[in-house]
Design a binder for this molecule. Sequence first.
Ligand SMILES: *Cc1c(COP(=O)(O)O)cnc(C)c1O
Length: 227
Amino acid sequence: MNQLHENIETVLGRIGDAARAAGRVPEEIILMGASKKQDPERIDEAVQAGLCLFGENRIQEAKQKIPLCSSRAQWEFIGHLQTNKVREAVAFFSCIQSVDSSRLAAELDQEADKQGKVLRVCVEINVGGEGAKHGLLPENAESEIELVARMRRLELVGLMTVPPFTVDPEGSRPYFAKLREMRDRLEIKLGLKLPVLSMGMSHDYVQAVAEGSTLVRVGTAIFGGRS
Ligand SMILES: *Cc1c(COP(=O)(O)O)cnc(C)c1O
């Protein structure tokens, strides 16, 4: 087993332990490789090791890389999406996790219609209310999310967040709990299931799983540092 494969096994092991400790089933949690700045060879190595879901942050980088990677790899977008990149986003990704306005959602809806697709989306929430971060502020989110939920070519599947960084990963926990509670309220309010809670990165995925994450986005703990 090479280093990359070992890293994946380690992360999966810790996800499993955290899930069982929380009374959850490990299979409920999907491991996504956050593959920004990793080249196609590295991504294919991860596919060989059994990882099949990858998250990319930049359209420009992704559209060059994706055609060079194994066709077994599945791709979701996790970065900030500008409206002028919507056409490529719909063409290359099965899910946009980082929808941060109903305006962007409306553009994606229209483009998905043009391309004859139904696009899965998550809404990104800026749980810490940080000025420099993307995502809807929790206080504005509900009315915007209601609009997204009604779009015919979008399937709203859940929420995504990147919490404020704290040196102690336990500091992420209250933010993860906040996202879960928000999801629970929205499910009742909208009368639909929002099964995806995309939260947890290399630093805090164990805490995220303890707080109900169903999808962790792990980069450096799998691939090592980014150059
Ligand atoms: C880069 C990135 C990750 C992974 O970060 P690591 O700390 O390397 O695990 C997860 N989510 C998003 C949105 C990212 O941009």
